[in-house]
Design a protein around this ligand. Structure first.
Ligand code: ATP
Ligand code: NCN
Length: 201
């Protein structure tokens, strides 16, 4: 997707562990797609999320497939394997370089929730990240949205419908036998059940 109707393509990148992907992720991506007039939003499941190294993360292939299932119905949503196919810890600098190589003429918008943006100054080589993408920081219940210390030109704030959903809560619900219907897409509920994910027994 080099150019769309005579203008540069506008591509969103929604990175996440997606363990599992839930409706909070999907609403955030959909809102940013519409407000920023994006041609495509690429969901990028992380390979090894180094900032979550003290938690057990589900195998990348399961997280990738749940992301494919969750996004399949939206013609503007796609999923990339760049992070799960790269060995070693996942760094956004590598994600953005890979997406740039695949879409050399596109303007990239990296979508991030309030909790993730709060940690961004600790990301690897963050100074080299800013020129590669414009960051869109979205609101998330329970997480104050501040961008102090971040380059003004490089970050936009966007209020999105508040969905107090987290992957942690979805995993905990499944492990206690509680439903996750309507918190995650139906196909993801069925995938979790079929593959016995997040069960404690
Ligand atoms: N409910 C939500 N509303 C807005 N943004 C969200 C929401 N949930 C996650 N995000 C954002 O989506 C991205 C990926 O999040 P991630 O996959 O870590 O989900 P999570 O629910 O935070 O997971 P976990 O509970 O396992 O930490 C991050 O930028 C995060 O801030
Ligand atoms: O580049 C880094 O050092 C870095 C550190 C932590 C998180 N990230 C990215 O931020 C996105 C959200 O991560 P997470 O852990 O909240 O799912 C995802 O794309 C991660 O790869 C990136």
């Amino acid at each position: 997707m080099a150019e769309v109707a005579g203008r540069r393509a506008r591509v969103g990148v929604m990175g996440g562990t997606f363990d599992p992907i839930h409706n909070g992720h999907l609403v955030a991506a959909s809102e940013v797609q519409q407000k920023f007039d994006l041609d495509e939003v690429i969901f990028v499941p992380t390979g090894m999320p180094w900032m979550k190294s003290d938690s057990v993360v589900t195998e990348g292939e399961h997280r990738y497939l749940m992301t494919v299932i969750a996004t399949a119905a939206n013609p503007r949503f796609t999923v990339s394997r760049v992070d799960i196919d790269r060995t070693g810890p996942t760094y956004t600098i590598d994600t953005l370089r890979d997406i740039h190589a695949a879409r050399p003429n596109a303007d990239i918008f990296f979508i991030s929730g309030a909790d993730a943006i709060a940690q961004i100054l600790d990301w690897k080589d963050v100074e080299q990240v800013w020129p590669l993408a414009h960051f869109v920081a979205v609101t998330r219940p329970g997480h104050p949205l501040t961008i102090s210390g971040l380059p003004e030109q490089g970050v936009s704030l966007l209020e999105v419908p508040a969905l107090a959903i987290s992957s942690t809560d979805c995993r905990n619900r499944v492990s206690r036998g509680f439903p996750v219907w309507y918190l995650v897409p139906d196909g993801v509920v069925q995938y979790i059940s079929k593959h016995h994910l997040y069960r404690s027994i």
